[in-house]
Design a protein around this ligand. Structure first.
Ligand SMILES: Cc1cc2nc3c(=O)[nH]c(=O)nc-3n(C[C@H](O)[C@H](O)[C@H](O)COP(=O)(O)O)c2cc1C
Length: 161
């Protein structure tokens, strides 16, 4: 897919087919994470891919029962030290755009109880569970969600109220 098309086509997907994701597509997602830039090239983060259905169900319960988290065949949880969340966001966006390019659906999920999810996944106390992303073949085709017009978003040369 053309890069501008990938950006335009990405949607938050909240309905997934149960079909497994072929390994070569997973490898592309792993590499998109690996190639992302990070401050001082620290790459100081980890990405847990939960394939185990029981664990996904337990995690969904800790995320306000957002059932689609367990329906997607893969659930990724990004982990870092406190203060490195920016780097995580960049890497995860790389992965999400790569997933779109591979015909996969994703959704950023920030609404979840951090401490119980950390316990389920054995994440050390000192680390932050930043964001979760379900990944799978989409079972819905949502219209684009509204965005602000450019003149409310972009400022040239100085801040404009
Ligand atoms: C940091 C972040 C956290 C989000 N958390 C959730 C969430 O917990 N649950 C959910 O269903 N969507 C979540 N979303 C998805 C947004 O609702 C969605 O991106 C927005 O409505 C625009 O829709 P679009 O992604 O289809 O363009 C999150 C998005 C971001 C960027």
């Amino acid at each position: 897919m053309e890069f501008t098309e990938v950006i335009a086509k990405r949607r938050s997907i909240r309905k997934y087919k149960p079909d497994p994701i072929p390994e070569e597509k997973m490898q592309k997602l792993y590499n998109a994470l690996r190639l992302a830039p990070s401050g001082a090239n620290r790459q100081n983060y980890s990405f847990i891919f939960v394939m185990d259905e029981e664990k996904r169900k337990r995690i969904a319960t800790e995320a306000g029962h957002q059932g689609f988290l367990a329906e997607a065949p893969v659930l990724m949880i990004a982990v870092c030290d406190p203060g490195d969340e920016f780097n995580v966001a960049i890497a995860v966006d790389h992965m999400i755009l790569s997933a779109t390019d591979e015909g996969l659906g994703t959704c950023w999920v920030g609404w979840f109880e951090r401490e119980p999810v950390k316990k389920i996944l054995g994440i050390p106390e000192s680390k932050v569970a930043v964001i979760m992303v379900p990944i799978g073949f989409p079972d819905e085709n949502p219209d684009p969600r509204p965005r602000k017009p450019l003149d409310q978003l972009i400022m040239i040369d100085s801040f404009r109220s």
